[in-house]
Design a protein around this ligand. Structure first.
Ligand code: FE2
Length: 366
């Protein structure tokens, strides 16, 4: 990739492809104290108020800089590296490669909580690991005073829901969700009925005295890739049919229509939703429904299969942070008479982890 000049025009060349850069694109990237606020890096001018027929009067290209004078009198010195960065379209998070995993995943790296580690390399490494595997476990996180709130807000901002800022996961009488019982929970994603679905769930173990109650995780990315390979028609229909997910209690009715496997604009994996106690398929053609039901049964088999599931016990102080768009989670049953099992949970969104990761990358010059 490089920048070239010809006849007062700027060209961007990449792998033999040469394209002119619109003068306005350069004009609205004008920098300097007069045009950009130093602290916030926000524009001090409104580019929509500039005249449209911006042209280049003068150009000078050196190894690191492009100097431009425009026909409205403005001039600027742009860093070549910054221009190229915009063309390479690098998003630090998007380009962290997902590592597919199944039940053979052992000895994943845990990260130990320390005071102020939110601003250190350790946190950067933990976030990279989170984006690779879809989850990360922090050890020795203080269990006092609902510390999960503090923890979540030190990475980004907590995402409050109708369950509150955070929620206590323990068996209780008359629960409004099966999570608050001692029953086993099959692999599921949380809150598929919300719009938007919370991106990341944190679960902090305060105490776990029971012999059961193991936490389970399944990589929805691995499973849906497997489904696509072995049963492409099942995969296809689950990416096409929008299902109604629903939650209701005394105070609220939450509903959203969505595909069980959501792909992005390029047809790549984006999100899974799975919660077969809460999904309602629309009344479509019988043949299509036939295929849909077979597909749902198959993906359920895969999600619940021991081949894809990891199982581990959270101990007091462990904090599991998992991607609710990629992973499914669950737990094995436990006997509430054996002792206390008490977890606290909350949600954050991708802007929290992405923002933190990019900040640490910039700050630590990684
Ligand atoms: Fe859950």
């Amino acid at each position: 990739m490089k920048i070239e000049l010809k006849d007062k025009k700027v060209f961007f060349e990449n792998q033999g492809l040469r394209k002119e850069i619109h003068p306005f694109w350069l004009r609205e990237r004008i920098n300097g104290d007069k045009f950009i606020d130093k602290g916030s890096q926000q524009r001090l001018f409104d580019p929509t108020k500039l005249k449209e027929n911006i042209k280049i009067d003068n150009l000078n290209l050196s190894k690191d800089f492009l100097e431009v004078t425009f026909n409205d009198g403005a001039c600027t010195k742009l860093t070549i590296q910054n221009i190229l960065k915009e063309f390479s379209n690098i998003n630090e998070v998007k380009y962290i490669k997902k590592i597919k995993w199944d039940s053979s995943l052992k000895d994943f790296k845990n990260f130990e909580f320390k005071d102020n580690f939110f601003e250190e390399k350790e946190m950067y490494d933990a976030l990279v690991s989170f984006y690779q595997y879809g989850f990360v476990i922090f050890k020795k996180v203080p269990t006092r005073d609902n510390f999960i709130v503090n923890f979540a807000n030190s990475i980004g901002s907590i995402r409050r829901t109708n369950f509150g800022e955070f929620f206590d996961v323990k068996s209780k009488p008359n629960p409004n969700d099966l999570a608050y019982t001692s029953l086993p929970l099959a692999p599921h994603t949380d809150n598929p009925y919300r719009n938007p679905v919370p991106c990341i769930q944190m679960l902090h173990c305060i105490e776990n005295e029971v012999s059961g109650g193991f936490s389970t995780l399944v990589d929805g990315f691995t499973v849906t890739q497997k489904l696509k390979k072995d049963f492409p028609n099942y995969h296809k229909i689950l990416t096409e049919i929008k299902v109604r997910f629903q939650f209701m209690d005394q105070t609220v009715v939450l509903e959203d229509w969505a595909e069980m496997i959501k792909l992005d604009d390029n047809g790549n994996f984006k999100q899974v939703r799975f919660s077969p106690r809460l999904d309602f398929v629309p009344l479509i053609d019988k043949d299509k429904l036939e295929l849909y039901y077979s597909a749902r049964k198959k993906i359920s088999e895969l999600y619940n299969s021991d081949k894809f599931k990891i199982e581990f016990k959270l101990s007091s102080g462990d904090l599991l942070m998992m991607d609710n768009y990629r992973l499914l989670h669950g737990r094995t049953a436990y006997d509430a008479n054996e002792g206390n099992r008490f977890l606290q949970g909350c949600y954050i969104d991708y802007d929290s982890t992405e923002g933190k990761l990019k900040h640490l990358k910039r700050k630590l010059n990684i």
